[in-house]
Each structure stands twice: as structure tokens, then as C-alpha cells.
Design a protein. Structure first.
Length: 169
């Protein structure tokens, strides 16, 4: 295909100067400019960059779903900061969540709320044993000497009982 273009004299001088610097003819220079303009989007992007961007997007979406302030589509903090009468809330962008300084994991917060009953039972048994030992050692000074009952039997508390409870802890 042939195209005829009328170029102003000042642009023609700049084009000729550039062609002389590069050592190409004006028609080759124009062809290279057209190729660069139309094919610049089709350049090969390194695979590592594509993988990195996909990984970052995936992690940003995961953080948006797990965040305490997010419902998966909108961020409550961002909506609160942009609270105007005329503006509508904007959807979350994964990259904003990826670098958010207010991120708080909803799952970790839920785990903190639930107490572990095994630890509570062990603490209760250790406190009970400690109280028994204290009464045994200081019972004479207090004038109180109860009988120790362990597993429906009367017996003394030994070092083995204490060691066993502490090791189980």
C-alpha cells in the first residue's frame, strides 16, 4: 500500500535530521514508526512478570475475602473515609488490599475468641493440686488438716503426681 502524506516543512526537517542520525531512509523510518505504534502491544512480556502479577492479584483477592473490614466487594474503612453524599462506594481493587495497612485477618480474630478447654482443664487440675499441696504444707500453721482424696481413695500426694500433671501440661 502506498500512502501520500503532506508534511509541514519544520516537521520534514526534523524527520530528515532524525533519519540522518539513524542512517536510514525516510520511508524505512516511517515504516519502523508505524510498526512500533501498531505492534507495541504485541511485544512478549517475560513469563516471570506475568506469573508475579497473577500471584499478586490472587493474594490481593484472598486478603480482600479474609479482611475483617471487607465483605469481599467493598472495604468498610475506605467507604467510611470517602463518605460523601454524592459519591458511591467503589469496589475493592486487589492491589489496594495487597498493600493495605489496616488489614486484619478475620480467621485469626475468631480463633482468639474461642478459649481452648483442654488448657483450662489442665490449669484447673494444676491449681487444685497446688491448693492441696499448700494446705498440706501450711495446714498445721492454720490449724486445719483435711484428708486428701485422689480418685476416690485416701492417700498422700507424691512427687510422681505433681510430675505427671506438669508433664501433661
Amino acid at each position: 500500500m502506498r500512502i501520500g502524506i503532506d508534511i509541514p516543512p519544520d516537521v520534514e526537517r526534523a524527520l530528515m535530521r532524525k533519519c540522518e542520525e539513524l542512517g536510514v531512509s525516510p520511508s524505512e523510518f516511517v515504516n519502523q514508526l508505524l510498526e512500533w505504534y501498531f505492534f507495541k502491544r504485541k511485544r512478549e512480556i517475560p513469563k516471570e512478570i506475568v506469573e508475579f502479577v497473577n500471584f499478586a492479584r490472587k493474594k490481593g483477592i484472598e486478603k480482600a475475602k479474609k479482611c475483617r473490614y471487607s465483605d469481599g466487594k467493598y472495604c468498610a474503612l475506605e467507604t467510611y473515609m470517602r463518605l460523601d453524599l454524592d459519591s458511591e462506594p467503589q469496589a475493592i481493587h486487589p492491589y489496594e488490599c495487597l498493600f493495605c495497612v489496616y488489614y486484619s485477618d478475620r480467621n485469626i480474630e475468631e480463633k482468639r475468641k474461642k478459649p481452648d478447654m483442654k488448657d483450662a482443664e489442665r490449669a484447673y487440675m494444676l491449681a487444685k493440686l497446688s491448693a492441696k499441696i499448700l494446705v498440706k504444707e501450711l495446714g498445721d500453721q492454720l490449724g486445719y488438716r483435711p484428708k486428701m482424696k485422689v480418685e476416690n481413695e485416701e492417700r498422700e500426694i507424691g512427687k510422681d503426681d505433681i510430675r505427671k500433671l506438669v508433664e501433661d501440661w
